[in-house]
Design a protein around this ligand. Structure first.
Ligand code: PLP
Length: 362
């Protein structure tokens, strides 16, 4: 099974058996029946067959052993703690902000610079782990993972890539040279805006075993029903993402021509600074998220209120288009009228008409 969508559809399913479902239902268990001294791990914090199938599917997509977590942040925290080696960890200051907060809470010292390879490498000496997010949320900066991984390894550090915006179907971070791929599965990976989950995949089985040891002891495990839903949702990842990315590109092109809009950011646009790297490493899929700027906070709020198909929400990657005025949180250095937009799977014509109609009404 070589194609990524083919893997996403078939991986982790048991061999066909008459009368059995394709994907067996979730197993709910705290302890399992366990007589004698057979298996000291017969307890639901350590093992669950529903996770194991989902993790097998994740591993097939990622190209290395994968572990499910209760959330993207639980996955990020495990990587910082286990592979950060006590720090310092090099962490760009424009990645998803809660990662830096988690590092501070668990006492891992951080060195920060913008998501620029040279600026980050200048901080790498003596660091065990360098972290990047590509594309970044919400500024959509793209880093060339293959080139950066070689430079990080030459500096003697490990590279972790948060590929949440892309998903491993679009961006195979381990195959590009990263040591660790970390993903929030609350976004496009599961795609229905109804799950909070995450996973870590490692190139080395030793790293994966260490991350598993952390999860065993800290208990940041996924629920079996969530893991089952995530596995079920993975089969449609390829078609969801193709439609979402096509819609995002159609919107980015239409927005670029509208007088009320400035600064359209989308890695699929040839004008984007990271377009060439994205074209090389994102499997022809530039992600469901784009961003653009309107004149003011008021213009952005009126735009969001005028859209009929676009839900105002603070997440991305789902099948329903959603958007938000990002500066409402005061977390990132973005203009007041900056909109982060997540393209869903609606018909492109309807979506573009809805967005342009809301802009025309401003
Ligand atoms: N990484 C990125 C890039 C994110 O955008 C998020 C959440 O928005 C996370 C990690 C954390 O994921 P979760 O919300 O599933 O804990």
């Amino acid at each position: 099974m070589s194609g990524r969508s083919t893997r996403a559809v078939h991986a982790g399913l048991p061999a066909p058996a008459d009368g059995e479902p394709y994907l067996p239902g979730p197993t709910f268990a705290a302890p399992y029946h366990l007589a004698g001294d057979a298996d000291p791990r017969g307890y639901g914090r350590y093992v669950n067959p529903t996770w194991s199938r989902w993790e097998e599917a994740l591993s097939a997509l990622e190209g290395g052993p994968a572990l499910g977590f209760a959330s993207g942040m639980a996955a990020c925290t495990a990587v910082l703690q286990v592979l950060g080696g006590g720090g310092p960890v090099v962490l760009p200051d424009d990645t998803y902000g809660t990662v830096a907060r988690a590092a501070s809470l668990i006492g891992v010292p951080v060195r920060s610079a913008p998501s620029d390879p040279e600026a980050l490498l200048a901080l790498a000496e003596g660091a065990r782990l360098v972290w990047i997010e590509t594309p970044t949320n919400p500024s959509l900066t793209v880093i060339d993972v293959e080139a950066f991984a070689s430079a990080v390894h030459a500096a003697g550090a490990l590279l972790a890539v948060d590929g949440t915006l892309a998903t491993p179907l679009a961006q195979a971070s381990l195959g590009l040279g990263a040591d660790v791929s970390v993903v929030s599965d609350s976004k496009a990976m599961t795609g229905h805006s109804d799950l909070v989950l995450g996973h870590v995949a490692c190139r080395s089985p030793e790293h994966a075993a260490a991350v598993r040891g952390w999860r065993d002891a800290t208990g940041a495990i996924p629920g079996p029903f969530e893991a089952w839903l995530a596995h079920r949702s993975m089969a449609t990842l390829g078609v969801r993402l193709e439609r979402q990315c096509a819609n995002a590109l159609a919107l980015a092109r239409a927005l670029s021509e509208h007088a009320a809009v400035t600064g359209v950011l989308y890695p699929g646009l040839p004008s984007h600074a990271g377009h060439e790297a994205a074209a090389r490493q994102m499997n022809g899929l530039f992600g469901p998220v784009l961003a653009f700027t309107l004149a003011s906070a008021d213009a952005a709020s009126r735009f969001l209120a005028a859209c009929e198909l676009v839900t105002e929400a603070t997440s991305f990657g789902g099948v329903h288009s959603s958007a938000e005025r990002r500066a409402r949180w005061g977390l990132e250095d973005v203009p007041e009228g900056f909109i982060r937009f997540s393209a869903g799977i609606e018909d492109a014509d309807d979506l573009v008409a809805d967005v342009l109609g809301a802009l025309d009404a401003l």
